[in-house]
Write a protein that binds this ligand. Sequence first.
Ligand SMILES: O=C(O)CCC(=O)C(=O)O
Length: 366
Amino acid sequence: MIQSRSVCQGGRERNIEDVVQPVQLHRAPPKKDKRPMPPSDPARWVGEMVELSWRPRATIFKNFLTPQECDMLIALSRPKMVNSTVVDPKTGERVPSAVRTSTGTFFGLGEHPVLRDIESRISAVTHLPAVNGEGVQVLHYHNGQRYEQHHDFLIDSINPAPENGGQRMMTFLMYLTTVEEGGETLFPLAEGPLPPGPEYDSLRPTKPSECARRGGLAIAPKRGDALMFHSLHPDLSKDVSSLHASCPTLRGEKWSATKWLRLDAYSGNLDAAANAARKARLAAEKHCKDWNANCAMWASSGECQRNAGWMNVQCQRSCHSCKLPAEGEGTEAPRSPAAIRADGGGAALQRPYGIQAVKESDETLR
Ligand SMILES: O=C(O)CCC(=O)C(=O)O
């Protein structure tokens, strides 16, 4: 039995139990809240991530969007939906195509406050600047509409150029509705089906469509979930296993929102001055390059000063030892280490630590 002790508070004698709340030793565990939690900071997302595949690298973020955000994106898009197009590999222009029968619409980066929140959240979970993202594209499929298998990396020569932001490196595909039947996102070259486990249950099509039964990995669209997959390998080569399709939507409606993320700032997000500055920088870099993949690392550890003779030839760009053309000056290709040596330049001084293990090369490495 607890003995009551008295304590003086505010000049009055009171029992200690009235002043100090007893510690509750046994508390019922909090009920698991299954509702999508709108984050207090809309730029943050805290939730369940489910790793799906390594080939291609693909992950699901469950309840990435709130139901309100899904509704808002659909409402904003509905009045401006048009027939979907694809990028013509020859011209880089958007053209209609029988492989894609949905309707869709594009938004500019941060065009609406709800998009700004979502784009900040995508940036936080991908660790890529929001400016690397093309504007969100909302798509609508019903009555058997589909998008046949394709890659998201660009194969024309214009769109993936460095001055436009480079290649699409990943896709962030957000599902705005749960589809009754069909509409699965299918990766035909991935290993499938989903493994057993409760974390995969909501991603499994309840009644897989014929398209989803073709083999590979099929993901059922679930309102609020986001599917992230990479189109490039870590060495930036194209990952052909990222081939994917939207299976025909057979019952119900599929609304989705796609964000393609580039290697660098997407040109469509930059103003004319920023685009011109990038073009000028890229043109200058053509004259000034590194001839070894480790140059940036060596330069940052002081090798440009310690081993100036060798570094200023092999690591011209990282050591800022190239002669950049003045404005209006003609273009001149960078001088290779072999050409400099043939002219009697580029004395082979002490090489940076570890260089013996790396093949010295006159090839372009960057
Ligand atoms: O909606 C899907 O499931 C796939 C969409 C798609 O393939 C794309 O936007 O590139």
